[in-house]
Design a protein around this ligand. Structure first.
Ligand code: GDP
Length: 367
């Protein structure tokens, strides 16, 4: 039956329903004699890697296999969503293998942000999360910033071993690897696929000079990101594409900011002070009095306060309130996948509202 056809490239079972999952091939391709999944097709013909997502179980399976290798692990995170793209517990899975941490999408941060300071921040945040990377790098895969340096560092730290690249979906891992392919191979047909024994999952291998390889692992979906709760069209609005222009607000106590209709920030107590919003430039910020905020939302979500749009409201989760007392210096209140608000001085009581299921965290200010 149709369900039992395997891809001649990677061996995955062919399916025609979920383009983002393993083994997808467009229905029309089933008429061919030899069936190849879309991912292998792109690899073969365009030397281009496409990310596939995995269930949590498959993903853990892969991570567990990494501990059996003798390799360098390169972990890619999205600097715009540091915590959301972190992959908690990686260090427990990779065994003794050293980890190089790469923060991608540095092009989104204001140019005024100091590179060294950002790297120091990433180092100490990693330490707090239980990871001690060999080194920390900041790149932009899509703009090609510091890619060559990243390659040099990988070459230096791998010490003749294989390299596994890990990261959750949407961190830009495919973009990064596609850049590397161009640098390493100059457009030659270099990619092979390989299996980890005991999994049905294929990995992309880029052969290196010394018989070793750079291996792309599938990404895992981070379910707590805003991206999963908004419509595809809205994703374009909330995902910043270029340098974020921070927006500063002088707020009195009991004032509220709405970020479209997706999230809300209440300033509750602490005297008049400034807050800096780091969000996609396209996302509209609306300021109001706290006492009017609930009714404003009820009456205007989907219209004045959008995204979400009116016709998406029935699928949009309710907003959930999280209250924080900011006791330490410059602190970010992070709306996972949407951005953050920097509380510039300590001593503020605030509340952050996000759709049910989205994470809110508080951290020492990134910038
Ligand atoms: P993957 O799921 O980790 O493989 O991520 P992709 O490579 O598919 O990239 C996810 C999204 O992030 C895409 O919209 C990319 O265009 C974007 N992206 C990737 N790298 C960068 C970068 O360096 N800067 C910015 N601003 N966007 C990037």
């Amino acid at each position: 039956s149709k369900n039992e056809i395997s891809c001649i490239g990677c061996g995955a079972l062919i399916q025609t329903e979920h383009p983002e999952e393993i083994g997808y091939a467009p229905p029309s391709s089933l008429e061919k004699e030899e069936i190849i999944c879309q991912r292998c097709f792109r690899l073969k013909h365009y030397n281009e890697v496409q990310d596939v997502s995995l269930t949590d179980e498959d993903f853990l399976n892969i991570l567990n296999k990494l501990s059996l290798t003798d390799s360098l692990i390169v972990k890619v995170i999205d600097i715009f969503d540091f915590n959301g793209s972190w992959l908690p517990g990686l260090h427990r899975f990779v065994g003794k293998n050293p980890i190089l941490l790469i923060g991608n999408k540095v092009d989104l941060l204001p140019k005024s942000a100091k590179r060294n300071k950002l790297i120091q921040w990433m180092k100490s945040a990693s330490k707090e999360l239980g990871l001690k990377p060999l080194d920390v790098l900041l790149v932009s895969a899509s703009k090609g910033i510091h890619i060559r340096e990243a390659l040099e560092q990988i070459e230096y730290y791998r010490k003749g071993k294989d390299v596994y690249i890990v990261g959750c979906t949407n961190v830009g891992k495919s973009t990064f690897i596609n850049r590397i392919i161009k640098e390493v191979a100059g457009g030659q047909d270099v990619i092979t696929t390989s299996h980890f024994p005991g999994t049905t999952l294929d990995m992309i291998e880029i052969p290196l000079d010394d018989g070793k390889a750079l291996i792309d692992t599938p990404g895992i979906i981070n379910h707590h990101q805003m991206a999963h709760f908004v419509h595809k069209n809205d994703l374009k609005i909330i995902t910043p594409k270029k340098e974020i222009k921070p927006k500063v607000f002088q707020l009195n106590e009991e004032q509220t900011l709405f970020f479209g209709g997706l999230a809300r920030f209440d300033y509750l107590k602490g005297g008049r002070r400034s807050f800096t919003c780091y969000l996609s430039n396209e996302l509209m910020i609306h300021r109001t009095k706290l006492e009017n905020a609930d009714s404003l939302y009820q009456n205007h979500v989907g219209e004045m306060l959008q995204p979400p749009r009116k016709n998406e409201l029935d699928q949009f989760p309710e907003l959930v309130r999280h209250e924080f007392m900011i006791k330490d210096g410059k602190t970010d209140v992070v709306f996972s996948g949407l951005g953050w608000v920097t509380v510039n001085e300590p001593g503020a009581k605030v509340a952050a509202y996000v759709p049910k299921g989205v994470n809110v965290t508080v951290r020492r200010s990134l910038i």
